[in-house]
Write a protein that binds this ligand. Structure first.
Ligand SMILES: [Fe+2]
Ligand SMILES: [Fe+2]
Length: 247
């Protein structure tokens, strides 16, 4: 019985592919097949796979049905968290999605999932991504401050959702946590954030995030050990479509 994670599958069986890099980049060629084969090799029906957002390019649920079917057919239990591109999944629709897909898929939002004696907590998260102003050597010399103020509001809302997830698990007696975000825990301007603080406050052992795909983005945030927790980037192309073994 193991716990695995990955993010940014960006499936598009029924929808328009919105990222041209997915066509150009070799790592994305037939990535659905590569990932399916890796899952079949690594996972058993007793395992849990957490998919940390950006599941589908579909604009609504009917454009995502085949993508979700593909996920259903992967081995093991699947727990999904929201990504910024998951237009089919408005927070208010979480209950409906769970009614449609449980027990094959669990849509995790404002709640937690159980893995052994761990609570799996998570939310989409958010990080400020610019615009940044660069000098001629490519160094950051400024940024869009209005966008930064707006980003703080989104970060605060996501922190509230994450706290709810932790508190529900804590109230049910859990003391061991793995924390899942779609966005990286810190922006490229930060060393720490509300998300790293919360991971420390509750003692989450590991923080798993995705969203940063394409080589130039792989080192946008924390990786490895930081203040007693382990941080992992789990975007699919970074992992070469091999799910990350978390526990
Ligand atoms: Fe993505
Ligand atoms: Fe994303």
């Amino acid at each position: 019985m193991s716990l695995y994670a990955i993010g940014d599958l960006h499936l598009h069986y029924q929808s328009e592919l919105k990222a041209p890099a997915q066509l150009r980049d070799r790592v994305w060629k037939n990535h659905e097949e590569k990932f399916r084969k890796n899952c079949q090799k690594l996972l058993t029906e007793d395992d849990t796979l957490v998919l940390v957002g950006d599941h589908s390019w579909g604009k609504n649920l009917s454009e995502c049905e085949r993508d979700l079917q593909y996920i259903c057919e992967l081995p093991g239990r699947k727990v999904l968290t929201r990504g910024n591109h998951d237009m089919f999944w408005d927070v208010k629709k979480t209950r409906h999605l769970n009614e449609l897909y449980q027990p094959r898929l669990t849509f995790l939002q404002d709640s937690y999932a159980v893995y052994r004696d761990y609570a799996l907590v998570g939310t989409k998260g958010f990080t400020f991504e610019g615009s940044f102003y660069l000098d001629r050597w490519g160094r950051i010399v400024g940024w869009d401050e209005e966008a930064q103020v707006h980003a703080k509001k989104l970060v605060d809302r996501e922190l509230e959702r994450l706290r709810k997830s932790f508190e529900l698990a804590k109230a049910d007696g859990f003391g061991k946590y793995i924390m899942f975000l779609h966005y990286p825990p810190t922006s490229i301007l930060e060393e720490k954030s509300g998300f790293t603080d919360m991971a420390e406050e509750y003692g989450a052992e590991q923080v798993i995030y995705a969203h940063s795909h394409g080589e130039s983005r792989f080192h946008d945030s924390i990786q490895g050990e930081y203040r007693g927790r382990i941080y992992h980037l789990a975007s699919g192309d970074y992992l070469r479509w091999k799910p990350l073994k978390v526990l």
